[in-house]
Design a protein around this ligand. Structure first.
Ligand SMILES: C[S@@+](CC[C@H](N)C(=O)[O-])C[C@H]1O[C@@H](n2cnc3c(N)ncnc32)[C@H](O)[C@@H]1O
Length: 311
């Protein structure tokens, strides 16, 4: 009998039994893993076969303004929004902190023609797949992906024109340390832009859900502050012209709708980890009940942009 067609994306594989056992073990141990290493464990679980995208390997919630047809399109729209916000253009040296499987770098390289995109991420297996995809598209000379953490960048000062973090900074230990590092590696007049999840207010409606969201989502408590504090932290790192704009309504409703639809699809059931499907199902249900019990209900989603003063 021939292998069933891989419908979701060319790199998706049916996970082996060993992979599944390892995933469940990691999920079970997740809250016990020190926060510094937790994002790594979390994204080891969120491998290609556990994503909801179909033709890409994006892992962000998507920008749903204008009703994109698919999650892939919405994720790409988020990359487009961030690329435009940071002012990416021809000849730029760009640093991407938290590249995932490299989709946005492949997109930006073609869309904005920067001179070079350097990416850092912490997951070795994702790096290997991302590098392979860059190579397959003949972009090795323009996209350079490396293993490394956004909070201890190994680059010399003033070596980038733009720094971006697409839905990754909520995991950094800490986000404020990344702001300091981004400031250091940007040239004077250079720009930092982030797509990021933060709480809507400092005090949430449910401390238990708050804790669970942070513990299971690998988000340190030190990063749990609303947009006015976010603004001050960017200013404290030395940035000027700081803007932090909520795009919450263009993110969560669209993502939840897509998720609700996908969770019932047989292809998803056969490849996405059952415990993770349960977790997402819980979030969809609570969002649809409009309850305070939704872990998204207290969440904001922002686009932040800031400039290093020019000389
Ligand atoms: C939600 S995913 C977003 C991936 C990608 N930007 C996208 O939109 O598809 C968050 C990413 O941040 C990465 N990450 C988490 N902590 C990191 C750190 N300290 N330094 C660099 N990357 C990190 C994760 O490994 C993961 O790839």
């Amino acid at each position: 009998m021939s292998e069933p067609e891989v419908k979701y994306h060319p790199d998706a594989r049916r996970p082996s039994r060993a992979t599944r056992v390892r995933e469940y073990l990691l999920l079970f141990l997740l809250p016990l893993i020190p926060m510094r290493y937790r994002a790594r464990a979390y994204y080891e679980i969120e491998s290609a076969h556990n994503l909801f995208t179909e033709r890409s390997l994006y892992r962000n919630l998507g920008y749903w303004a204008g009703n994109p047809a698919t999650l892939d399109d919405a994720c790409e729209a988020m990359a487009e929004l961030l690329g435009k916000t940071v002012g990416m253009s021809e000849g730029d040296r760009v640093l991407d902190a938290g590249f995932g499987f490299g989709d946005q770098d492949l997109y930006w390289a073609k869309r904005f023609a920067p001179d070079r995109i350097v990416g850092v991420d912490i997951i070795p297996s994702h790096l290997a797949l991302a590098r392979r995809r860059v190579h397959e598209q003949g972009l090795d000379g323009r996209i350079d992906l490396r293993l490394g953490t956004a909070t201890e960048l190994t680059f010399v000062a003033e070596s980038f024109d733009r720094v971006v973090a697409l839905e990754s900074a909520m995991h950094f230990v800490t986000r404020a340390d990344f702001f300091t590092e981004a400031y250091r590696v940007l040239r004077p007049g250079g720009t930092l832009a982030l797509a990021d999840t933060i709480p809507l207010t400092q005090s949430s409606t449910s401390r238990v859900l708050d804790y669970l969201q942070r513990a299971l989502g690998a988000m340190p408590k030190d990063n749990a502050y609303p947009s006015d504090v976010y603004h001050s932290k960017l200013a404290a790192a030395g940035f000027v012209d700081v803007q932090v704009v909520s795009i919450r309504d263009e993110v969560y409703p669209g993502y939840i709708r897509d998720l609700a639809d996908k969770l019932g699809q047989p292809q998803i059931v056969s490849r996405v980890n059952g415990a993770m499907r349960q977790m997402w199902r819980g979030w969809v249900d609570s969002w649809n009940q409009g309850a305070d019990a939704s872990s998204f209900a207290d969440q904001d989603y922002v686009i932040a942009v800031a400039t290093k003063p020019a000389g």
